[in-house]
Design a protein around this ligand. Sequence first.
Ligand code: SF4
Length: 429
Amino acid sequence: MKKYCMITFGCQMNVHDSEKMAGLLKSEGYSETEDPKDADIVIFNTCSIRQKAEQKFFSQLGRTKAIKKRKPGLKIAVAGCIAQQEGSSILQRTPYVDYVIGPQNICAIKDIVRSDSAVIATDDNPNVADIELPADRKDTVRAWINIMYGCNNFCSYCIVPYTRGREKSRPAISILDEIKELADKGFKEITLLGQNVNSYKSDMNFPALLGEINRIGGIERIRFVTSHPKDLSNELIYAIRDLEKVCEHVHLPLQSGSTRILALMNRKYAYADYVKTVGKLCKEIPGIAITSDIIAGFPYETDEDHKTTINAIKEIGFDGIFAFKFSPRPGTKASEMTDQLDEGIKTERLYEILEVQNKITEDKNRMLEGRVQEVLIEGISENDSKKFSGRTRTNKIVNIPSTKSLRAGDIVKVKVTRALRHSLEGKPV
Ligand code: SF4
């Protein structure tokens, strides 16, 4: 039996693409190994959103070259965003790579791995949203489901519209069938994936799709990522409020508190619009958790702009953020902007942002001490094998002592006994 080794970088979308490639390879008779030395094919599913992820990939790829030297039959595939962006130049730079597979062409992996000669599959695939692919999911409680592909927004720093193409929504019927199948297999929570799920549009819009999923028996929780602030409609806010399975958590990337910088980022909203949307969410859905993404040190960002972002973080009081230093990606408008900031300034600003947010997150978590939360048990805690780990509806991690009667997939009421910065501790009540 042939073996594949899948090495995945980047976002949840990539993780799910890897699940689909794994599903296709398993249907072709392959089995999985985590050791590249033991594999017949090593697949790198790459991410180009930041320079760091790209560097990490190229250094791992270099190590695979040494394995191939000792095992010449080994095939190496580069999939994902770097594959799409670099295309044939990957083969020039690293001639030991056999296959280059863009995100829109993973459906062809079975044919590609049969080829004895090099393959570059990076063409635009107009049918990407209509092709059903079997996913080999590792989790048994939570499942990720693509509802749309690509992005039309062209934020000036982002490579995604160039690597994943324009938005294409998957037909609602195929999404609903997949979720019904997952419910039959015992999955309890689904997360709908798209670069901008709010602009999902097939024969129904996104709030209507949530309504249909809410009716599927067996599924207890519905989540979705990512939402673009400009497209978060009142209808969606009411859907989150009214549909009992839709969790009270929205990930809403702000990126900057400065409207001037938001315009340079081509985000298509002002800070005031963002605050208005958050105000509506909090009014309609009391207790909702809001998390966000922030970029530190975008080109032209002044100290004043940075302070505005710090004030925005304090004013909104996010439950958590992902903050990163601006990383110029070749091919994007922001990478060509003349006023690129010094790495030192970007680092300083990032640390300040994280420091401010850490305090807010700790305070917010502490407010939950003594309160009872509904927790979906996901499995044994990664840090302590004597504990189970799960999440609240607001997406906070809770660790609880394991008992014989508990199992992954159970939903239990838990009293929070201790709040830490990134997780909660509790006991079932
Ligand atoms: S919305 Fe902006 S940041 Fe998000 S994927 Fe699209 S272009 Fe990139």
